[in-house]
Design a protein. Structure first.
Length: 121
């Protein structure tokens, strides 16, 4: 059995949030490592935002209490993204009996999309 989450977001929404809230937005949603990796690149920030939304959907519907920083997109030595869970997200992951989360990220000029598949058992 699997759990799936998908999210798409307009890059303009992230750009607007940064323009309006600046560092407050960045530090509310992203870990310090994510902020450093993205170096202000809106497409990278939007991809990670979509990834976090997709993870919440895969862990839902009882996903209350999961915070933005409970999910972190990290890059392996080969550059491939993966999800590192913390806090309530890892608790929910374990409660569901998940053994792995696979993630795929992509973006175009206007949109970022993420899909997450969680394996159970």
């Amino acid at each position: 059995m699997h759990r799936v989450g998908v999210d798409i977001i307009e890059l303009a929404r992230i750009k607007e949030a940064i323009a309006q809230y600046g560092e407050r937005f960045l530090h509310r949603v992203y870990t310090d490592a994510e902020i450093a990796y993205c170096e202000g690149r809106v497409n990278q920030l939007a991809s990670r935002f979509a990834a976090k939304e997709a993870v919440v959907k895969a862990l839902g519907p009882d996903n209350s209490g999961i915070g933005w920083k409970d999910m972190e997109v990290v890059s392996g030595d080969d550059g491939a993204p993966s999800i590192k869970l913390h806090g309530k997200a890892i608790e929910r992951f374990n409660a569901l009996g998940l053994t792995d989360l696979a993630i795929s990220l992509s973006h175009s000029k206007d949109y970022a999309v993420a899909s997450v598949v969680g394996a159970i058992g």
